[in-house]
Design a protein around this ligand. Structure first.
Ligand code: NAP
Length: 296
């Protein structure tokens, strides 16, 4: 809390808005970075009720904050209250970061970028020429799917309980990037074949997230194949049942911690204009990992 004592009349503010908000570990991460860099900036979370979202954004502008993050459930809805969203965010369908530039609010999405960076860090390669299955079609699935398509994937299959949402994401990719995406329901007869043929499988559903740690979006664990790369965007618990089942079948597994970390790093760079050096990023990564291992 020594850091808090340094807050002064000159300290700039970054906010986080969402609901619920109390579980978020973003404030710790951003404030660790501020403290280590000695940047006069503080990151503060605010729980905002749905009916107050427009007022909250107006209020943040009136208070002249440097920027803010948006988390569940407002990443899409908040776009209409922003002055300008960078072009790519229309494809990504949501924003998680806003920067105040001379009194105007600009929206960005760093979730997809954070996902890509974490995948490459863990795996040593990206998605060019890959056959990828995405499970889930919610707020986080779309930026991930779009980024993978932009990276040059060969084929993207999207499976969701509500199939119309998977169709919507597939159409965004097919109409704007390349005709490589197909939507499925978990009940489709072809789902097993699609799963087995995918080199990379990504769970973006919330199934298996704390406290429902004994649940998995995949019922039949025999679908996993040795050597498949299996990513779960969930970071709490650090190893979901989905990842544990995959690991038992010889898959390479990656959890959502890296995505959470790198989306925050990209947002920080947008707000401050500071390009964080790689050694510093690694140092913060280890510190944040230690911190979250105590929480998750
Ligand atoms: P969301 O918009 O609410 O989407 C939830 C997804 O899960 C939808 O596809 C939904 O299917 C599916 N789902 C929920 N319950 C299900 C069930 N019982 N059976 C089958 N499918 C089910 O949430 P989101 O924002 O995309 O977040 C999804 C997950 O990503 C959460 O666990 C969140 O914590 C995590 N996340 C991680 C990061 C990170 O940085 N690592 C960032 C953002 C989010 P329907 O469409 O049919 O409802």
């Amino acid at each position: 809390m020594e850091y808090i004592n340094k807050v002064s009349g000159k300290t700039k503010v970054i906010a986080l808005i969402g609901n619920p908000i109390q579980h978020s570990i973003s404030p710790q991460l951003h404030n660790i970075i501020n403290q280590k860099l000695g940047v006069d900036l503080i990151y503060v979370p605010f729980k905002v009720n749905k009916s107050e979202l427009a007022n909250a954004v107006k209020g943040l502008k009136a208070l002249n904050v440097l920027g803010f993050n948006i988390t569940v459930p407002y990443k899409k809805e908040v776009m209409k209250y922003i002055d300008d969203n960078i072009r790519e965010t229309f494809l990504l369908g949501a924003i998680n970061t806003v920067k105040n530039i001379e009194g105007r609010f600009y929206g960005y999405n760093t979730d997809g970028e954070g996902f890509l960076r974490s995948f490459k860090e863990e795996q040593g390669h990206g998605f060019k020429g890959k056959n990828v299955l995405i499970m889930g079609a919610g707020g986080v699935a779309r930026p991930i799917a779009v980024k993978i398509a932009l990276e040059g994937a060969k084929k993207i299959s999207i499976v969701n309980r509500t199939v119309t949402k998977a169709v919507e994401i597939a159409e965004v990719i097919n109409d704007n990037i390349k005709n490589i995406a197909t939507a499925y329901s978990f009940l489709d007869e072809t789902f097993e074949k699609v799963f087995r043929e995918s080199e990379i499988v990504i769970n973006t559903t919330s199934v298996g997230m704390y406290p429902d740690v004994f649940e998995s979006p995949l019922i039949n664990v025999d679908y996993f194949g040795e050597g498949q790369i299996v990513y779960d965007v969930i970071y709490n618990p650090s190893k979901t049942k989905f990842l544990s089942d995959a690991e038992n079948k010889g898959c390479k597994i990656i959890n959502g911690f890296g995505m959470l970390f790198y989306q925050a790093i990209f947002a920080y760079e947008i707000w401050t204009g500071i390009k964080l050096n790689e050694d510093f990023i690694k140092e913060i990564f280890e510190e944040f990992l230690l911190l979250t291992s105590k929480i998750c």
